[in-house]
Ligand binder design. Structure first.
Ligand SMILES: [Zn+2]
Length: 281
């Protein structure tokens, strides 16, 4: 599942490629034929990301918002005029029969298209519908209007582990498995620690570190890195998957800070990683 910062990267891409332009839409798969027909020929006015939810606002009559949640397997792929893929997971079979929604803009060399596959939510909503969807979410550390106090109010009363609370989109919106493991490491907190036992300054550190690592990832076009250069082996500047994280998928390997073996456990139905020395219970 994409982490929430990828949705902010998607929002930027739409803004840059299609913002204030007339967009043509269709649904090759057919499952979103009515919605695509309703959007076709409208102008993209605005893009917003809240956690893992993308909203594209179009000109014209209500409903004006396209709401997309990628879920576990969904994703966008972008193409240029020559049908060269610009971004997204490489599409081996470029057959478009499983494309739920395709958006196109520009002519000739400037043509850009975005294809949506596999999303759990792809729907048109009015402003109230958008507000309802957003109201279910906790604050998103990447948004300027986010109020971390709303997340803290839930964390401090909860007996659930902080690693689970960070993944709960109603507490903080945007974290996936990478951030829910790396952020407690950066704050020196065991992810199993119940929310009620997390100190306010520890939560404040987690919030600010989450905002930092997520916004840095957005600036890299999505690539997640949490390690400080001082904690990585000398390389030619390229940071590989093995050096990008302190704990995520590093079970059995030595902690980059203290050498203790990184551990892994099930939390909820998904995995969490931590260093038992750097992250006291
Ligand atoms: Zn350690």
């Amino acid at each position: 599942m994409p982490e929430g910062h990828m949705i902010h990267v998607d929002a930027r891409r739409f803004d840059e490629a299609m913002g204030d332009r007339v967009v043509h839409t269709d649904s090759p798969q057919g499952r979103f034929a009515d919605g695509a027909a309703a959007l076709d020929g409208r102008t993209l006015r605005d893009t917003e990301a809240f956690g893992k939810n993308l909203f594209l606002r179009f000109s014209g009559a209500s409903p004006q918002y396209l709401h997309v949640h990628l879920g576990l397997i969904g994703g966008w792929t972008w193409w240029d005029a020559d049908h060269q893929q610009l971004s997204g997971r490489p599409v081996v079979n470029a057959d478009s029969s499983n494309v739920r929604l395709r958006l196109r803009t520009g002519r000739g060399d400037a043509e850009r298209s975005a294809e949506l596959r596999g999303a759990i939510t792809c729907t048109l909503v009015d402003e109230e519908g958008m507000d309802r969807a957003v109201a279910k979410l906790g604050p998103d550390p990447l948004r300027d209007d986010a109020d971390p106090g709303l997340a803290w109010a839930k964390v401090r009363k909860s007996k659930k582990p902080i690693g689970g609370l960070l993944l709960d989109q109603a507490v903080t919106a945007g974290a996936g498995l990478i951030w829910r493991a790396e952020v407690p490491f950066l704050a020196g907190v065991d992810p199993h620690r119940p929310g009620v036992d997390v100190a306010e300054d520890e939560f404040t550190t987690m919030w600010s570190e989450m905002a930092r690592v997520m916004s840095e990832a957005v600036e890299r076009g999505g690539k997640e890195i949490t390690t400080d250069p001082a904690d990585r082996p000398e390389t030619d500047g390229h940071v590989g998957r093995d050096d990008a994280f302190y704990v995520f998928r590093r079970d059995g390997e030595p902690c980059l800070r203290c050498g203790t073996e990184i551990r892994v456990a099930e939390m909820g139905t998904r995995k969490v990683w931590w260093c038992p020395s750097c992250q006291p219970r």
